[in-house]
Design a protein around this ligand. Sequence first.
Ligand code: ADP
Ligand code: MG
Length: 240
Amino acid sequence: MITFQNVNKYFGDFHVLKNINLEVSEGEVVVIVGPSGSGKSTLLRCINRLENITEGSLQVNGQSVNARETNINTLRKNIGMVFQHFNLYPHMTVLQNITLAPKKALGITDEEAKKTAMLYLEKVGIPDKANSYPSQLSGGQQQRVAIARGLALHPSIMLFDEPTSALDPEMIGEVLDVMKALAKDGMTMVVVTHEMGFAREVANRVVFMDHGAILEDSAPTDFFASPQEERAKLFLSRVL
Ligand code: ADP
Ligand code: MG
């Protein structure tokens, strides 16, 4: 569903992504780990073209992400994204936050959008918060709303960029549980996280990045038991 072939990206002179080759198949959960500044967010942001690649080929669902004829709105409809900071609209209720994009992008009625939103709010375990404002929710609940919002466009891929990094420790579990359920449902997911327990339990593959390059791409059991690269060993010794 996602294919990077010899992808390079520069910010000016800075070589941020170095010859990236990566494939994500339908229903796979790929967890990306690596030190801060290694290019994880940039790689993720290329997938829905929040960033443009400089060289190489990047395909999503058989479409070339950076081709002139690719409709960016159609592309993004297909890819939900959840960030570290939830980016909910503070002046809108939970329900309004979730229904906004579907009403615009899918051209459905308010009624239909609300019905779908409620389904996803149930999925993330907080249907009772539909009429609350973001400020009335805990961080974990806000992030679950952000996930419901991402799902409301019926994407075929979900991207997560450190979705639990801004949360108090006691709220991390509830967000990871929602992500685990999503993975179990067969959603294709690319997840940047420092939660090694999640990677071990849920990932089909763990990708280790350092200084803009992918140094390892292995099954979690292999990665955690015997990382091949020195830098991966060092990284693991710090985070585990
Ligand atoms: P990670 O998510 O692994 O911490 P990022 O992808 O955010 O890494 O960043 C990789 C590198 O690219 C960092 O050195 C960062 O400072 C740099 N970078 C990120 N975004 C930009 C930008 N818009 N312009 C210039 N440099 C950037
Ligand atoms: Mg990042």
